[in-house]
Design a protein around this ligand. Sequence first.
Ligand code: ADP
Length: 498
Amino acid sequence: MIDTNLSQDIITNLLPAIPDGVFMFDRDQKVIIANPAATKLTGLPQEGFYLPEFTKLFKKRVKVDIDEVIKNVLSKGVSSHIEELSLVRFFYEMFISPTFDPAQNITGGVIVLHDITSIVEEKEKYRALLMGIGEGVIATNHEGKVVMVNPSAQDMLGVKDTELVGKALTACVMMVDEKGNSVPSEQHPIRLALSLGEKLTTTTYSFIRKNKTKFPVALTATPVILENKLLGAILVFRDITREKEIDRMKTEFVSLASHQLRTPLTSIGWYVEMLQSGDAGVLNDKQKKFLSEVYTGNKRMVTLVNALLNVSRLELGIFTVEPELTNVVELVQSVIDEQKQQINERRIRFSTAFEKDLPLIQADPKLLRMVVQNILSNAVKYTPEKGTINLGLRLIKRGAFVDKQKVNEDSIAIVVSDTGLGIPKNQQNQIFTKLFRADNVREKDTDGTGLGLYIVKSIVDHAGGKIWFESEENKGTTFYVILPISGMKKKEGSKQLS
Ligand code: ADP
């Protein structure tokens, strides 16, 4: 039993100190006492009125019938919670609990009104933001089940949010990769974001709309983590059909322009050669020197134009791949022979380490030759005189490691190490991008287009292989190329790489 002093203390000290509105009422719903916060919120007196006078303040704005809820509390003796109510311009949550006498008879109840205006306003701001932005946004819970789909996502996917909410996102929004193969649910970016707890960004997938058409997307899947607890994930995406289209138009333009440039460059080459061989009369030394400059410049242009043409053919996907059983050792040896002159001129100590009895692999010899040519010529170009280069060929069994990287299929490894300029650490992540040349090689004024490794990587990727390198500036570089023996897949294209 609470003694009367304590009861008085509660009324005079505790209740006024509570920022929430508190009402105590009897079985007849007559308010026995309301704290100052309650009277301030509602404008009602501290006691002596009946609950319907209080509940009618909310009536028009609430979806639930508060009077019903109160009646229920009084008859069943169980507490209730109403999540969101509005009164004037403020928002509240309401807790209604029964009160009991010592014999456990219901004597009435207590209402607590808690101000949640700032939470509701914050929620509303986010809602308006999500509703207004052009990006599609889908939120899931920690199991990957959809909890929210914004209007842009609904428009893009051609679905209503009600069709998605509550379902596993991976089961109701289908994705395909660039080849049109559907992305398995465990590879779905939202699944990966949830399982790895990391943000993922990709532009390689397309979403399938409800009407089965597809559109390419740039998307980001971000896990939502609070205090180390995974709450869910957010998928943000935009339709990049137009960007892909512009990219394609640009590549087609490069393809066309470089194709057109080849013809005049070829005739310049011929005419210079004719002049050099004296077909138009004997040349003096100065004329020979100038012509030799024209010839070198023209050759560089031809190399650049060919590389651009190759890049555009790779990007347009119109290149041909004609695999045949290829002897890698012979192919590599012939590339070495081709470059022997430069190797000797630079007085490079060159060695090879070819494993015996390497199997033949299914590869397009022209493409494989381009890969080896590029990697070896880079090693030669970027290794100063008297440096060392080693070219190794090894058979790697499935599951074995090459330089810490696991090989998933029986493969041949081509490893080229040099003691050259190396690649600065801060630029290593850009080496396979188009037109990129590291500062240290540009300073040295070496020849190059910055397209070689981009082409090489595209070819190796097509062959299901891997390429990477290790490098330290001024110490040297090792390039690793892993090619599965099962090899390249045949591809009918309209153009050869050259
Ligand atoms: P490039 O025509 O400039 O050689 P690549 O695409 O073949 O173009 O190579 C890109 C860049 O990678 C080069 O410009 C150079 O900075 C760096 N690189 C490639 N191979 C080597 C190497 N063996 N040693 C040092 N740097 C290299």
